[in-house]
Design a protein around this ligand. Structure first.
Ligand SMILES: [Zn+2]
Length: 415
């Protein structure tokens, strides 16, 4: 399948320019701007000859029938929403590379054995609904709960109403949920959002697994006292305990990554009481986020951290407890898809290396329906979720070529 680099690049330029003008590059899910991007995309899908529909969960789907009856579809795509002040390629590249592959196939007059579906999943990025992400892929796979549907954003709108706003049909999500095993394969092209490929000058990454993400609320309790009248030996300074936890988490993640497997741990959010210059901090609440390809390592990190540090916390007269906020298990990419990507890369004469995805993706949920795989391309300096996000036309082309080859091989190899 030939890939038209200029056409792919022109589409990336056009879609990225559908942005909030005062805040490039922003196209938040459930906004008029998002619908504007979606309307343009749906028109492009139709123009190349895809049967274009919006499913109950608000996913935009362009379908190309296969030649053999009864085969399950091969899904390719990504998402067209962005974070605030995000980049021009995160998500968009995967949707538009998938569209380019479908168009190339149509123009060649060839048909796959399997049906092919080009998908723009709804709201992959954390939404205004308490940060819920991957809303479309959750809906498709039966992971969008009634509780999720009642989440509300600041203006009081429920997620249920927001899905209706983008053209979805909340009442039909349950009946349209796809069954486990109903998808032959899902392959997504995405920018790496890290620096491994660029550092090694390798054009393609074959994702081994999408890391698990666990968030825990860590509460450190001490005693708020007057900062002038409380001598040092009598203090129970919660922030001093928190500092010990932060430093130990950093060292522990560093050592695990060096000796066992890649793992990252971050305290990215912290609140302190009373938060006054003249008060000894009485309590600290902070969020520990751990990501790793090993579920056991993700699950154990916080508990081990508190256990190991208990004596040191007792020394400064504070205690710490942990409460789970969220836990998404890691997802392994299928060996069958990984080897198809590797073979496709080789036949395009493009070097490729295995690497984990440190970010979450729709594949986490689509994996409930069938085997998933991801192709990464490098992005400049690893920058993503920022206006500086940048790739070259040739890198977009590499991703689309690898996707085309992978789809061809999977169509041959899969039932
Ligand atoms: Zn993305």
């Amino acid at each position: 399948m030939p890939i038209d680099r200029d056409r792919l690049w022109a589409r990336l330029e056009t879609l990225s320019r559908i942005t909030e003008p005062d805040m490039p590059w922003t196209r938040r899910s459930f906004t008029p701007r998002f619908l504007e991007g979606r309307a343009w995309l749906a028109e492009e899908f139709r123009a190349v000859g895809l049967e274009t529909t919006l499913d109950a969960g608000g996913n935009l789907i362009g379908r190309l029938p296969g030649t053999e009856q009864g085969l399950r579809p091969i899904l390719i795509g990504s998402h067209s929403d962005t974070v605030p002040s995000g980049g021009r390629y995160d998500g968009m590249l995967g949707v538009l590379a998938a569209l380019e592959v479908a168009q190339s196939l149509i123009e060649s007059g060839r048909r796959l054995r399997h049906p092919l579906e080009v998908i723009d999943f709804l709201a992959e990025e954390p939404s205004e609904f308490q940060g819920l992400s991957c809303i479309g892929s959750r809906a498709m796979s039966g992971a969008l709960t009634d509780e999720h549907m009642e989440l509300r954003r600041a203006d009081g709108t429920s997620l249920r109403d927001a899905i209706t706003y983008v053209g979805g049909r909340p009442d039909q999500i349950a009946s349209e949920t796809r069954a486990a095993g109903s998808v032959a394969a899902y392959v997504e092209v995405h920018i790496e959002q890290g620096r491994m490929l660029e550092a090694e000058a390798i054009p393609l990454g074959i994702v081994t697994d999408i890391v698990g993400i666990r968030r825990e609320r860590i509460t450190v309790k001490g005693r708020a006292d007057h900062a002038g009248a409380t001598p040092m030996p009598l203090r129970s300074d919660a922030l001093v305990g928190a500092a010990k936890l932060i430093e130990r988490a950093y060292e522990k993640a560093l050592a695990t990554s060096r000796d066992v497997q890649p793992l990252v741990a971050t305290f990215g959010k912290i609140e302190i009481w009373p938060n006054a210059a003249n008060a000894v901090p009485g309590s600290v609440v902070m969020t520990l986020e751990v990501r790793c390809g090993s579920e056991a390592a993700v699950a154990a990190f916080g508990e081990q951290l508190l256990r190991e540090l208990a004596p040191a916390l007792a020394d400064v007269r504070v205690t710490a407890t942990a409460e789970r906020v969220s836990h998404v298990a890691p997802v392994a990419c299928a060996a069958s898809i990984r080897s198809a990507i590797a073979d496709a890369a080789a036949s395009c004469r493009l070097a490729a290396r295995d690497l984990p995805s440190g970010a979450g993706h729709d594949g986490v949920f689509v994996s409930r329906l069938g085997p998933v795989g991801m192709i990464f391309v490098p992005c400049l300096d690893g920058r993503s979720h920022a206006p500086e996000e940048s790739i070259e036309p040739g890198q977009a082309e590499d991703g689309a070529r690898a996707l085309a080859g992978t789809v061809d091989l999977l169509d041959e190899r899969l039932d």
